[in-house]
Ligand binder design. Sequence first.
Ligand code: NAP
Length: 251
Amino acid sequence: MSQPVALVTGSSRGIGKAIVTQLARDGFRVAVNYYNKMDEEHNRAEAQAVLDAIIAAGGTGIILGADVSTSAGATELVESTIKQLGSLEVLVNNAGINRDQLLIRITDEQWHELIDTNLSSAFYCSKAAVKFMMKKRYGRIINISSVVGMAGNAGQSHYSASKAGLLGFTFSVAKEYGPRGITANAVAPGYIESDMTKNLPPETSSKMAEQIPVGRLGKPEDVAALVAFLASPAAAYINGQVIRVDGGMSI
Ligand code: NAP
């Protein structure tokens, strides 16, 4: 593996952007995925800017538009990555949405949109990736879950169900494909500064920071550092684990 390949879903901004940038810095050729069903031009431009910065820093990669909440979109994304970059060693299932709402107000459509985007996407992408990785007898699947998937949160019953679902999925994939050289792990971020959390009132954010032992909210780079380690050869014996990146918030 002179220059292994990594695909990070939803990597035009936020945590995914930090992950794909770190993996490129670590020598991976990367596929930057942007969502192509809404605001396509804007998202493509954001993804291109991420790739431009990677190239300026000496890395290589491509951008690929896809809607990973659909089987066809996710499968094509993985297959295009393999076709255009010639391989796939690391898949990071990062794309996700939150649509905070009380259980009694969540519509069936909202439930399915969230589960499709946060959970089914990991199934679709992993299925396509594992088919390729099995032949090479090597692969790393890293699922971005959440501490909310382990503890629940009022107003996030659909979100926490999707993130808890990712954990069961991770454990099963780890058992099923560990014997074939493919590991699967989950990362559970706490409260990370990104577009997903920027609309919370400042007083809520500062109150939360006070309750976090390290005294601050997390940064996308804090999550990226762990994902990069899990993607590295040094993490070969870590399989089927959930690792929190939350500044100690959940202890
Ligand atoms: P973000 O800033 O909202 O970014 C989410 C990314 O996912 C965006 O690039 C978005 O594309 C993409 N995406 C959404 N739906 C997609 C689809 N159907 N197909 C392809 N891409 C899609 O969120 P973030 O904070 O970076 O979160 C990244 C991951 O970490 C998510 O899974 C989230 O649940 C998880 N997480 C976040 C936190 C936190 O505190 N921020 C904590 C725990 C876990 P667009 O640009 O088009 O929207």
